[in-house]
Design a protein. Structure first.
Ligand code: FDA
Length: 368
């Protein structure tokens, strides 16, 4: 008899399994995919780690979480500095002094600030009612129209005027020449890929892949005293209150016999006439020196139940449904819900690790 059946071998399930095993508990980890790692899984294509479910850059301000992941893999000093192509011109991201120079030729923070503030005054709204009004109120017309509008419309498949304002809560603006996308103290890519971290977490633990919990629910549940469930909470309750909605992605991978396709790991494509939102060139995450390269075009797509669920659509309707599912989950004594799908929430990797560590702590304080 196992102490825990862990449904989902993503970061949440793997951290929980690792910590529970350290406490002497016996775990069985299952996943419906043919591999462990969940969305951080990397596929090795001729020596290049391809981020199969989208580009993953580890970043955190939390020293404890940084030390935690460094137990399993060393990290390189990759710094995410994406660029964006708009109407044939390249711009640095996030919005900083380089971007403003490329847009207006401004050379000092004072000059850039004057333009942004005057555009906010002219085009902004006191009570923004949609994403467009919100963005105009936060950053003004030029940055919005050059680097936000069409990209965001592709991402969500809707006009910016039809999207809710809350999607953009703030738009970080930097008046320094700093292209480092994240503000965090620690950042990098695990040397050898994310699989190394997952393999380290799951070392010595029983694993079964290609196993869908819902296809053998009773048999699997009978194997353990408790279940840790990291799949979709609405599926767990048989969609009793309806589907929780997501935005999906499609990835088109191409191996090219060229050493360096775009000179950067992440290049965004802002224009609406380009169907994908960005191209990832994976070798640059690890400073690869191969003679070939692998690129991924990322397309944003409408989600249907057969597709991978990527980004929760956090509108009132879905939140209401989620709260109903959550209320059901709180009545369970032998099922622990955690991770992005069970909590219907976008989490970065460092946040999911923190959340899994917290849940394990809670579990063991209570039961030990
Ligand atoms: P995850 O989805 O990884 O794992 C859940 C697992 O459960 C899956 O393997 C699934 O197959 C399995 N499962 C579900 N139902 C099941 C069932 N019925 N039976 C068996 N198994 C089942 N974060 C960051 O810090 N930096 C970044 O750059 C990025 N980039 C990024 C890009 C994109 C496109 C996305 C969507 C997300 C990111 N993230 C990120 C976030 C990161 O992916 C996320 O924090 C973790 O992968 C979440 O781990 P979980 O374990 O919660 O879910």
């Amino acid at each position: 008899m196992y102490d825990y059946l862990i449904v989902g071998a993503g970061l949440f399930g793997s951290v929980f399994a690792h910590e529970a095993t350290k406490k002497g508990k016996k775990c069985l980890v299952i996943d419906k995919r043919d591999h462990v790692g969940g969305n951080v899984y990397c596929e090795n294509v001729d020596g290049i780690n391809v981020h199969k479910y989208g580009a993953h850059i580890f970043h955190t301000n939390d020293k404890d979480i940084w030390d935690y992941v460094n137990q399993f893999a060393e990290f390189n000093n990759y710094v995410n500095s994406p660029v964006s192509i708009s109407k044939g011109k390249l711009y640095n991201l996030p919005f900083n002094m380089n971007t403003f120079y490329q847009l207006w030729g401004t050379k000092t923070p004072e000059e850039a600030k004057t333009i942004i503030e005057s555009q906010i005054k002219e085009f902004g709204y006191k009570n923004p009612k949609n994403l467009e009004e919100q963005a105009l109120s936060l950053i003004g017309k030029d940055v919005y129209e050059t680097l936000i509008k069409e990209y965001t419309e592709k991402q969500w498949g809707k006009k910016a005027t039809e999207l809710p304002a809350f999607i953009i809560k703030r738009l970080p603006v930097r008046y320094t020449f700093n292209n480092n996308y994240f503000n965090d103290a620690y950042q990098g890519i695990p040397i050898g890929g994310y699989n190394k971290i997952i393999d380290g977490l799951l070392k010595g633990i029983d694993i079964k892949t290609n196993v869908d919990f819902f296809k053998e629910k009773d048999t699997l549940s009978s194997l353990a005293k408790k279940i840790v469930f990291t799949g979709k909470i609405d599926e767990f309750y048989n969609y009793e209150y309806g589907n929780l909605e997501y935005r999906s992605l499609r990835f088109e991978n191409t191996k090219l016999e060229t050493e360096n396709y775009q000179g950067n790991a992440v290049v965004n494509y802002n224009d609406s006439n380009v169907p994908y939102t960005r191209i990832i060139e994976h070798k640059h995450f690890e400073f690869g020196k191969q003679k070939h390269t692998v690129i991924t075009k990322e397309f944003s797509e409408q989600w249907t139940t057969e597709k991978e669920a990527y980004y929760p659509i956090n509108n009132d309707e879905n939140q209401k449904k989620y709260q109903e599912y959550k209320a059901l989950s709180l009545q369970e004594s032998d099922v622990i819900f955690g991770g992005r799908l069970a909590e219907y929430k976008y989490y970065d990797m460092h946040q999911i690790i923190a959340s899994a560590l917290q849940k394990t702590k809670k579990e063991f304080n209570e039961s030990v």
